[in-house]
Design a protein around this ligand. Structure first.
Ligand code: ADP
Ligand code: MG
Length: 729
């Protein structure tokens, strides 16, 4: 076996960086060239068709069939001019990845000839067989049909020879089966709720969009080494591996200089991303060895999500060219940091204002405070739902593991804004403020220096932190589709804003003056949401105790966390705002449980297989070497000398036996538990069983294997070791 490891090592050490020339003319020359964006639309569409698409993007107006026909023709002529031969509806099923089914543009006609064909109906709708995508019981096989429908708000793009059309994915019965449709619904609900509230401050606001800037963390590993680790290749993480002498303890990787091979990969990725209009802007090393991050300039959420999905795909493709594999798993290696995907979120108006930017004038400050405090209230009222939305088998390794935000949901504001809120709470307390006090309050808030933007205390231990002009949801998993978290954030914000307006209007109806009514309700919200505000160290033991006192939940595992999907309060909220029906929520809950079960099941199988078939044999072989050595010593040495000379070998022989027995016994016991779990029909009970009965064996088995790795001769060890995976440049 070991020759595979050494061949892989040799191969990986012989790699040279692949030189990538930046295309002539700089980024401006090729940015967005593979996107059917504004410029290409102007060239390939009639004025009327162009205006129709723009009205759909900006105002959500419908596109009728005859216009779709015209747009399809333009889209086709553009993509054929760029060498495309196929088209696909590109969608985001609940597997978390993206799906596509390519069809050629041409259609055969009589006489053995073919004509190019792609019209309005092909653009607007397709019918992929939905039966192989997760549906949570919504779709019976007899109605396996699903529909994909064009989302004109996200532009079509070309990958290779294929025109990709972003679409939503629904079942025959109209139930959503994807991540995109509920997000679009939540965004439209938020638009309305936020515009209504903006009207208190500025009559010119007619549209509010939500913005997202994600930061994608990932690991790079040499392709040959990756392929020599069946656990990495099939589960995305290493199930074994003794912690190397050097990990991240020297803190020498974060922001360090990026190794050449990785730099070439990044440059190549950026060029490809820019051609697709993904505005990647930053790249740097992350905390762990061979861990990196890239981040774009923020965009409207729907587009930002599509771009993130596209980028994750692109990363894998580009990495192959550089003989790398990209690991998007939340915890590929034990003992070093895992990966997350920070979701920076805010809202912007059609008047160009960021609603979470403190601004300079008192008027916008009261507007800022309104949205700021409503966000905190939304978080407070829905903390368990937020926890549910980031739950996954992979993320369980991060949350609460002292390297990422804890599984306890809290909000960080920074000292400056905390004191603004305290002051507001204090001053409004009397119930009636003098005009002077109001002005004073506004002016004080007006004194928030612009410097705040660059200067907000960067508390890295909070799952939801205000960072100057946006909130940063830091607990999202690196492999997740941002839509999950973003649908929830926008829905809870909608719900809170709708309530806020009701509350304020209630006071206005009683004759209270507007500013005072707003201050009054904001104060109530500040008081009501205090529980989730936490400025201290989120990694500390004290916080766990303090949070418990405050009644905050600390759901450490996915099955526990997912339970909140069934909470009536949340179910009703989604229904109220037309984001998800009760049936759809149930289906989602089941799909998430099912995914969890399958992930743990696969890990368990691979673990058993590797431990018994890959680890035990070389351990036995090495033990035989030791046994032969002892026999030889007995032959050549006198009794007294033999006794001294064989101590270590005998100890090692017995230690190896201990671990081999430990592995075998625990793998057998784990398989027994797995069998029992597999017979459980109820998803929740099955997930609990996998979580509490099967998974605990992972650590025990791993411990035996990792100890063997430290004893068995290096040359006999079959799997690339951590130092090789983590430090190959
Ligand atoms: P850090 O790593 O310190 O958290 P970065 O500069 O890497 O910060 O990332 C900040 C992210 O926040 C970027 O993706 C940026 O585009 C995004 N961002 C900035 N302003 C907004 C905004 N108004 N709405 C959403 N995202 C934003
Ligand atoms: Mg960040």
């Amino acid at each position: 076996m070991s020759h595979i490891r050494f061949k892989a090592l040799e191969e990986s050490l012989s790699r040279k960086p692949i030189i990538i020339d930046t295309p002539a003319g700089g980024v401006a020359a090729y940015y967005g060239e593979n996107v059917f964006g504004r410029d290409s639309m102007r060239l390939h569409l009639s004025e009327a068709a162009y205006e129709t698409v723009m009205a759909a993007v900006e105002k959500g107006e419908r596109i009728d069939r005859s216009m779709a026909e015209v747009i399809a023709a333009g889209m086709k002529s553009w993509s054929v001019s760029k060498g495309a031969t196929h088209y696909t509806h590109w969608f985001q099923p609940l597997t978390g990845t993206t799906a596509e089914k390519h069809d050629a543009f041409f259609e055969p006609v009589e006489g053995g000839r073919a004509i190019e064909r792609f019209g309005g109906s092909q653009l607007v709708q397709q019918e992929p067989d939905a039966s192989s995508f997760p549906s949570g019981g919504i779709r019976n096989t007899f109605e396996a049909r699903g529909y994909t429908a064009w989302d004109p708000t996200s532009p079509a793009f070309i990958i290779g020879d294929t025109l990709c059309i972003p679409t939503i994915f629904v079942s025959y019965t109209g139930d959503t089966l994807d991540f995109k449709s509920p997000l679009l619904k939540a965004l439209s609900a938020l638009d309305k709720a936020a515009v209504d509230v903006c009207q208190y401050f500025d009559k010119n606001v007619t549209k509010v969009i939500a913005t997202l800037g994600w930061e994608q963390e990932y690991f790079l590993v040499d392709e040959a080494l990756h392929n020599a680790r069946p656990d990495l290749a099939t589960t995305g993480r290493t199930l074994f591996g003794a912690v190397p002498a050097k990990g991240q303890q020297l803190d020498d990787h974060y922001f360090g200089s990026i190794p050449d091979r990785a730099t070439s990969f990044m440059r190549d990725l950026e060029i490809e991303a820019h051609k697709l209009g993904i505005p990647i802007k930053t790249r740097h090393n992350e905390v762990a060895p061979n861990q990196f991050e890239c981040a774009p300039i923020f965009e409207e959420i729907n587009l930002a999500v599509d771009h993130n999905q596209l980028l994750m795909d692109l990363m894998q493709k580009v990495a192959r060219r550089h003989n790398f594999c990209v690991l998007l798993h939340e915890k590929p290696y034990a003992g070093v940091n895992g990966s997350g995907k920070h979701n920076n979120w805010s809202m912007a108006t059609n008047t160009g204002k960021n609603l979470l930017s403190p601004g300079k004038t008192p008027k916008t400050n009261l507007q800022f405070l309104t949205f700021f405090i409503n966000t905190i209230k939304a978080f407070h009222d829905n903390d368990d739902l937020l926890r549910a939305t980031i739950a996954s088998a992979g993320n369980d390794h991060r949350l609460g593991a002292n390297e990422a935000p804890p599984a306890i949901m809290s909000v960080f504001l920074g000292s400056q804004l905390t004191s603004v809120l305290n002051e507001l709470e204090e001053k409004v307390k009397s119930g009636k403020m003098t005009p002077d006090q109001k002005t004073q309050l506004k002016l004080n808030i007006g004194k928030i220096p612009d410097i705040l933007l660059d200067n907000t205390d960067r508390n890295r231990t909070s799952p939801f932190a205000f960072t100057g002009n946006k909130f940063e949801f830091r607990a999202v998993g690196s492999a997740a589709n941002c839509s999950g978290a973003m649908t929830v954030v926008n829905t809870i914000m909608t719900d809170t804003l709708v309530q806020f307006k009701k509350d304020v209007d209630g006071l206005l109806a009683k004759g209270m003056e507007k500013d005072e009514a707003i201050f009054q309700i904001l104060r109530n919200y500040i008081v009501a949401s205090k529980r989730v505000r936490f400025e201290g160290n989120g990694y500390g033991e004290e916080w766990v105790k303090e949070a418990k006192k405050r009644g905050l939940n600390n759901f450490k595992t996915t099955p526990e966390a997912l339970e909140s999907w069934l909470n009536k309060k949340f179910v009703n909220m989604f229904v109220r705002h037309g984001v998800l029906t009760e049936r759809e929520q149930h289906a989602r809950y089941e799909i998430y449980l099912e995914t969890y079960v399958k992930k743990i099941q696969i890990e368990s199988r691979i673990m058993g297989d590797l431990a018994v078939n890959h680890i035990i044999p070389p351990a036995l072989q090495y033990q035989n070497t030791l046994i032969n050595n002892v026999r030889g010593l007995k032959e050549v040495l006198g009794a007294a000398e033999f006794k001294k000379g064989s101590v270590t070998q005998l100890e090692m022989i017995s230690e190896i036996s201990t671990h081999i027995n430990g592995i075998k016994a625990n793998v057998d016991a784990m398989i027994e538990e797995r069998k029992k779990a597999n017979n459980i029909a109820d998803w929740k009970k099955q997930a609990d069983s996998y979580c509490n009965k099967v998974k605990p064996y992972f650590e025990i088995i791993r411990d035996h294997v990792d100890r063997l790795e430290m004893i068995v001769a290096d040359e006999s060890w079959p799997l690339p070791k951590y130092r090789e995976l983590l430090f190959t440049k």
